[in-house]
Design a binder for this molecule. Sequence first.
Ligand code: SF4
Ligand code: SF4
Length: 538
Amino acid sequence: MSSTSRIPVSWDQITPRLRRGVRLCHDEVRGQDALLHPEGVALLNTTAAATLALVDGRTSVARITLALSCRFRGVCEEDILGLLRRLEEARLVELVSAVPGLLPAVAQPMPRASAADPAFRAAGPRSPSPQLPLGLLAELTHRCPLHCPYCSNPLELTAAAGELPTSTWLDILGQARSLGVLQAHLSGGEPLLRRDLELVAAEARSLGMYVNLVTSGVGLSAGRARALADAGVDHVQLSLQGAQAAIANRVAGAKVHDRKLEAAAAVRAVGMVMTINVVLHRGNAAGIDALAELAASLDADRLELAHAQYYGWALRNRSALLPTAGQVQQAEAMMRAARVRHPDLAIIYVASDYHEKTPKPCMNGWGSRQLTITPDGTVLPCPAATVIRDLEAPHISNAPLARIWAQSPAFTRFRGTSWLPEPCHSCPARETDFGGCRCQAYQLLGDAAATDPVCQYSPRNDTVAAAIAEAADAPPPLIYRTSPPSRATTTAAHGSHFPAPTCPQASANRHPLAIQPVQQHPSAQPNMTSRPFIKEMP
Ligand code: SF4
Ligand code: SF4
């Protein structure tokens, strides 16, 4: 146990509080408390939940410890502060010291006497059961006033007439919450083009979800921002295409940069948490310094710098967008420097997939944490999954969402790791990266079950090397994203085949101490401006 006599502040002078945009909730589906924050969830065990219930910005660590001592044996200030510091590192909690800049030292690792106490330790593994989804990406529309050449919407866009009506979205939200979803990501296209956006947001919030709005900002007036805040939107992810209007407007294919800056001001004026999202490519990766300064000047809480992932429109424009290895290295150096310059700005960096040696973890496990519903009601395990032509993607009208999640071939086909081929099958990394991205394997190799060719061990890693070499030449002109057709097109028959029930058997990762981090690795998705998921803080 560390000595409190050696430290210049007492436990009574340290007061924790939740960071802006972080909420403590009780999830009745899991029977568990959780911290909800922008695009993330941390499930809490009993002791962490009891601690956080006392975190109100007024109660000191000493008083929290005293209160917990009445309920648990072996509670000490070091343990409490150790937990709170881990939450502080994850940007979920702030520790306010009466002596600015000074906090008590915490012994590392945890003092054995209390960590071993069965009354005050992390809960054991859960009994085997199908893992419940945490996030729903609701693609409300494919309509958008912008034409980004890296847009993650599919090449075949759904017309306005083919979009689900409000009543169906409200029903979907109810089903999703019953299934365990805690994060609603309202996205598009441009979701502001839906006049029922406030209704949908309010329903998600009333069900207890954390509501994220993913938007280009075009159409986000001061009045609309107020209405969305009143409806319960917690967090706005606002895309920028660059730091300067000239490059940003050129990438967006529309003169919208100044309107986005006005939207950012409107978001902050009503107090919603704001992430500035920038998709990085060879045309803007050198501008990270300026992007960080701009995000800070806009008073953003977070800046997400996400290298383009090559699906849909981005794949079509790959040779024009893919940076060189040197550009990626320079971008990473600038990102690290920006983190030092702006410690209060959470800078999230999504790596350049093609320049990594091993792949991103495909959806942090296919069919394990997320589901996507497209504007026409197709239910997908991954937003890019429509590229897998034989996936038999179900439609929301075919079956209840719970049944789709648990039993549909689209969700069970790549669930777990037992299906993995060699070299993944015998690779120790298979439980962390799941063999990489199924959609990428399909797009580049025509086989969704193959090892992601991004992996250095893939027998087809040459395809990625060839793409990088091809992109080193003079870039071809950008092909801009088109608008959806004005009339609904006939969609392919939606699969409705359900096999005998199976148990995904995906038990949750348990944190060794007290919180169960369940955030999704930021590069685990084809993350474009409109592709939010549960994300890990840096
Ligand atoms: S990336 Fe987003 S803002 Fe850009 S065209 Fe696609 S949906 Fe619109
Ligand atoms: S061989 Fe498969 S499991 Fe191993 S690192 Fe490569 S993709 Fe991941």
